[in-house]
Write a protein that binds this ligand. Structure first.
Ligand code: FRU
Length: 495
């Protein structure tokens, strides 16, 4: 049975979607069908298609009553919208269906696990939020909420843990057929922790352990955990709120954290070895992964940030929020590496190549422009010349606008600057990042898709993501150097 709330959302999105022209959206990044989008949810492969759900308020371009939007794809790049999957329509989720994951059941149905939110009246007249974990089962289009929801509540958290901050289950199946999930929680000291639960059948869940504890080191509450094995290591991803910057790490307030280490199956605890940001740009949060049929671990995130999403004018925009490019991830030398999914290569057209281009000042090489672009740039100092002082790629450029990636070899700092990208708000527009380059050599792969830039540094050692608001007519690309460099460029349009 489809509830009134869900029926209304489905009807509304079908009509409003038609008001948005194709060119007003990213071409190959999933954006809100209409209204508002935040976190990726239920990122999965089911019945021969990739499924991506998302935190969704169809009714306007602001965060509001959370539904789960839904889209499917064959290649993770071209998405087809499906009707809203979940609406806040039950007594245990009436104030929101928050983030969660998806897994396939032995009988072929898909199980969604999500956080149900209610605002509860307190004795003093105020309200507090209560979060529980809930299930819905479906066929890839329609989902029915489980009759015994919620399946995890305040009785299933360790002593002293918050009932307000208990959310974002990420569920997976173990080799023995049983299920596990990790959930973000807050312990008595106000700090984040990740709880591990297990289930024989996906429906009855038991608390296992506190998998990892923040102990107030990386921000406060830990949202949207994901936990998996990768290249012989165990990786815990989470998005901490209220982070303090540390050197060049963790500058985003609501940041991203990748912990690499080991997993002690005896004590069911994670053993941390190293920590780093997942993305070093401005807009990236709440990432989630899936395992493809051919064994690739693919990650994507919400290409926004809670601290920078306030750039809109009231209700002027019919949609807000897009996902990052799906990225194949791996561990190399104890660090997280990310590469654009290889399916992107099938979209490459109009190859333009420059080799060993030696220049000073500004150049705009023929054939290099556009807003849907895949461009690889390699620079090195020119032999016999002094070390250059600054190199920059400027794009989404005309007389009025430009966004830039600039690199200073003296400090080994790469900066993204989108001050002149159409934003009318005084939000963060720059981010500096330490990169690991030697002797002035830098390799960048820059992906543009109308309203965003994602720069993969040195074969994916770091990624810098930012959204742009620039008018599409600004499609110039130029290169600048203070000094002299020797540069290779390979550029494609993405069509
Ligand atoms: C992360 C988050 C999640 C929550 C959702 C609500 O961005 O705050 O923790 O489930 O967004 O929309």
């Amino acid at each position: 049975m489809i509830s009134q709330t869900l029926r209304e959302a489905r009807k509304f999105e079908e009509v409003s979607e038609k008001m948005i022209a194709e060119e007003e959206r990213p071409a190959f990044h999933l954006s809100a069908r209409t209204g508002w989008m935040n976190d990726p949810n239920g990122f999965s492969y089911y019945k021969g298609k990739y499924h991506l759900f998302y935190q969704y308020n169809p009714y306007n371009s602001y965060w509001g009553p959370m539904h789960w939007g839904h889209a499917v794809s064959d290649d993770l790049l071209h998405w087809e919208y499906l009707p809203t999957a979940l609406a806040p329509d039950e007594f245990y989720d009436r104030d929101g269906c928050f983030s969660g994951g998806a897994v396939t059941l032995p009988d072929g149905r898909q199980l969604l696990m999500y956080t149900g939110v209610i605002r509860e009246r307190q004795a003093n007249g105020g309200y507090t939020e209560v979060q529980t974990q809930c299930l819905a089962v479906g066929d890839g289009v329609d989902y029915e909420k489980y009759e015994n929801n919620p399946v995890l509540d305040e009785r299933d958290v360790p002593e002293g843990s918050s009932r307000k901050d208990f959310r974002d289950p990420k569920v997976w199946q173990e080799a023995d057929g049983t299920y596990r999930c990790v959930v973000g929680s807050r312990s008595a000291d106000g700090s984040g922790q990740i709880l591990l639960y297990s289930s024989e059948d996906g429906f009855r869940w038991q608390f296992k352990s506190i998998l990892a504890s923040n102990r107030n080191r990386f921000g406060k509450m830990w949202e949207c955990p994901d936990f998996f094995q990768l290249d012989g290591k165990w990786v815990l991803l989470t998005s901490p709120q209220d982070m303090l910057p540390r050197g060049f790490e963790y500058h985003n307030g609501n940041g991203t954290l990748c912990l690499i280490g080991d997993y002690d199956r005896e004590t069911e605890s994670f053993i941390e070895e190293s920590d780093q940001s997942v993305d070093y740009g401005i807009d990236f949060y709440a990432m989630q992964t899936l395992l493809t049929a051919d064994g690739r671990r693919v990650m994507l995130g919400w290409m926004q940030n809670w601290d920078t999403c306030n750039h809109r004018r009231e209700n002027e925009e019919p949609w807000f929020g897009q996902m990052s490019l799906p990225r194949e991830i791996s561990i190399r030398n104890g660090r997280l590496y990310q590469k654009p999914i290889r399916e992107l290569e099938a979209m490459r057209r109009n190859k333009v190549v420059y080799e060993k281009l030696v220049f000073s000042g500004t150049i705009c090489p023929d054939g290099i422009r556009g807003r849907r672009v895949d461009m690889e740039v390699v620079i090195r100092p020119e032999e016999g010349c002094d070390m250059y002082r600054k190199f920059a790629i400027r794009f989404a450029q005309n007389e009025m606008y430009q966004t830039s990636l600039s690199y200073r070899p003296g400090e080994s700092v790469l900066k993204v600057d989108r001050k002149f990208s159409g934003s009318r708000r005084a939000i963060i527009h720059q981010r500096r990042s330490k990169v690991f380059c030697k002797d002035g050599a830098l390799k960048l792969r820059v992906i543009l898709d109308r309203f965003s830039v994602e720069a993969f540094v040195n074969d994916g050692e770091q990624v810098i993501s930012a959204v742009l608001y620039t008018d599409q007519a600004a499609d110039g690309i130029s290169f600048f150097v203070d000094g002299t460099v020797n540069m290779d460029v390979v550029k494609y349009d993405l069509i």
